[in-house]
Design a protein around this ligand. Structure first.
Ligand code: C5P
Length: 228
């Protein structure tokens, strides 16, 4: 691994904890780069589907993880994700791809194939990295580590609202079940399970507005002199 000199803030937590929204906002306010590592796992699942790989083809998925061409949008197109030059922004956000991502993410060979790709995002002036193992495995040297949680009910409600806004007809009870399944798999896997880093600041966002959480993170960064 090359020496990484850019300052890094990691924001880890379970699905629906608000990591994506908070990470994006903090990166924008700080003027830093953003790594949405979950999108990479979703892309591996989508690429596997497109290449008609068997669901248990670990080596095939790991090969795709290493070789796939990925581009993230910047500025006003910051949410855009391109796979092999095609816009897959909407396609990777379905709950189906979330489940697929969580399946391939349990395989060490896939995680290893994505490691350097993720570390390459650490460029000046700084990086906000959003995921499950950003503070524990990918960027253990990060200057600030946040572990964001919320109650399972609140997380299911948020995901429901998000998917609904995107026009998906998911039901709240099915989503609660799927999120619980995904959390259980993410937390119990042998490699890089979803756990807070020992030196992470825990923020429970249940009942807190987005602005309040962003302000907490900005304040923690200020105390570490990461920004003014
Ligand atoms: O964050 P998002 O919901 O997009 O992540 C999709 C899945 O990818 C997660 O459920 C998890 O299994 C996996 N993931 C991971 N490590 C990360 C980010 C995501 O294992 N750093």
């Amino acid at each position: 691994m090359s020496a990484v000199r850019a300052p890094i803030v990691t924001i880890d937590g379970p699905s629906g904890s608000g990591k994506g929204t908070i990470s994006r906002a903090v990166a924008r306010i700080a003027g830093w780069h953003l790594l949405d590592s979950g999108a990479l796992y979703r892309l591996v699942a989508l690429a596997g589907l497109e290449h008609k790989l068997e669901l248990d083809d670990v080596a095939g998925h790991a090969r795709l993880a290493a070789a796939m061409s990925v581009r993230f949008g910047t500025g006003p197109d910051a949410e855009q994700v391109l796979l092999e030059g095609r816009d897959v922004t909407g396609a990777i956000r379905s709950e189906e791809m979330g489940q697929g991502a969580s399946r391939v993410a349990a395989w060490p060979a896939v995680r290893q194939a994505l490691l350097e790709r993720q570390r390459a995002f650490a460029e000046p002036p700084g990086l906000v990295a959003d995921g499950r193992d950003m503070g524990t495995v990918v960027f253990p040297q990060a200057q600030l580590k946040i572990f964001l949680t919320a109650s399972p009910e609140e997380r299911a409600r948020r995901r429901y609202k998000q998917l609904k806004e995107k026009g998906s007809g998911a039901s709240l009870s099915a989503l609660s079940r799927e999120i619980a399944e995904r959390d259980a798999r993410d937390s119990s896997r042998a490699v890089a399970p979803l756990v807070p880093a020992a030196d992470a600041a825990l923020i429970d966002s249940t009942g807190l507005g987005i602005e309040a959480v962003i302000e907490r993170v900005i304040e923690l960064g200020r105390r570490r002199a990461l920004w003014a």
